[in-house]
Design a protein around this ligand. Structure first.
Ligand SMILES: [Zn+2]
Ligand SMILES: [Zn+2]
Length: 320
């Protein structure tokens, strides 16, 4: 039959076929790369029962206590971001993490001319030079500092601190930081999968199932390590599967740790009859007590909303 078509038309038909295949592959890959596409699918249900899933005793264990700021000795969120309005700020000079309240004091004293701007922990002069900051971070990496790997990964992810945007390099740094024990790096890895970032390191596994498996695994590790935002997102993942009781367990843990978004979910769950009045009251008390423990006059001056709102999985009212 093909022989009856003139040679010129045969070439055009071949080109149309190739273009159709390319368009199909493009849309297939696009649809396969986002969690939202898979989270409600049957594949997700299968993956949720995967063999390397931690047992429930470990998964729902109360998180480790928050670490204290080494200057004011008040607890800081595991997530490092504005849980209860408190930020944990990494110091590239000595690798310590100080709270936003203490850094506010340093800046106030510097502005009043009472002290030079120095790290309140190691007394090394603070730098506004991006290249010096990167140089210091790299020195910390040589010392095996997990947070330094994670910080540099975040800079490459966004093209911050004068570095070029390089998502492959960023992903490699997150992996190294996670291997060294950074919970923020586990969370960052999970979000590399959740976002539609195309990273060479996982082009082969960016086919849906394995990407989701990795997302869940890294989110679980971060949540077990105390990462409040990761715990919140596990709740949303379980809720998307219809496992509302498991979702409430996750949200109650992160709400007790002081995370307002999770508390909102717990409130919705209470209205939907998923938890008792006593359980809700107990979560409210624990939430308030976490906020009270973290609160100080200096910290209150620099309260910022959680910068990761776009990286949160939150459910609407009708989904309960
Ligand atoms: Zn402090
Ligand atoms: Zn320092």
């Amino acid at each position: 039959m093909l022989e009856s078509i003139p040679l010129g038309w045969q070439s055009i038909l071949l080109l149309i076929c190739l273009a159709s295949v390319a368009v199909f592959i493009f849309f297939w890959r696009q649809s396969g790369s986002s969690l939202s596409h898979y989270i409600k699918s049957a594949e997700m249900r299968f993956i949720a029962r995967r063999s390397d899933k931690p047992d429930d005793e470990l998964l729902f264990r109360e998180p480790p206590p928050k670490e204290d700021c080494p200057i004011c000795f008040l607890p800081m969120p595991h997530s490092g971001v504005a849980i209860g309005g408190v930020n944990a700020i990494y110091q590239s000079c000595c690798g310590t993490t100080l709270c936003s309240g203490c850094m506010k004091t340093v800046n106030e004293e510097k502005d009043k001319g009472r002290m030079i701007g120095c790290c309140p922990f190691c007394r090394v002069e603070l730098t506004t030079s991006l290249s010096e900051h990167i140089k210091r971070t790299k020195i910390r990496m040589k010392a095996g500092d997990a947070s330094a790997f994670n910080i540099l990964g975040e800079q490459y992810k966004t093209g911050g601190s004068g570095l070029p945007m390089d998502k492959n390099k960023s992903f490699e740094l997150f992996k190294q930081a996670a291997d060294l024990g950074s919970m923020n790096a586990h969370y960052n890895i999970s979000f590399t999968f959740l976002s539609d970032d195309k990273v060479e390191a996982f082009t082969n596994i960016n086919d849906g199932q394995k990407a989701i498996q990795s997302t869940i695994r890294h989110t679980e590790i971060a949540a077990i390590g105390g990462h409040e935002v990761a715990r919140n997102n596990l709740g949303a993942m379980e809720a998307s599967l219809g496992n509302m009781n498991r979702a409430m367990k996750h949200w109650m843990i992160s709400a007790r740790a002081g995370f307002d978004i999770s508390l909102k979910q717990v409130g919705k769950g209470y209205k939907a009859g998923l938890i008792t009045k006593d359980e809700y009251a107990s979560v409210l008390r624990a939430y308030q007590s976490s906020l009270d423990e973290m609160k100080s006059e200096q910290r209150t001056k620099v309260i910022k909303p959680c910068p990761w709102k776009d990286r949160l999985l939150e459910l609407d009212e009708h989904q309960f």
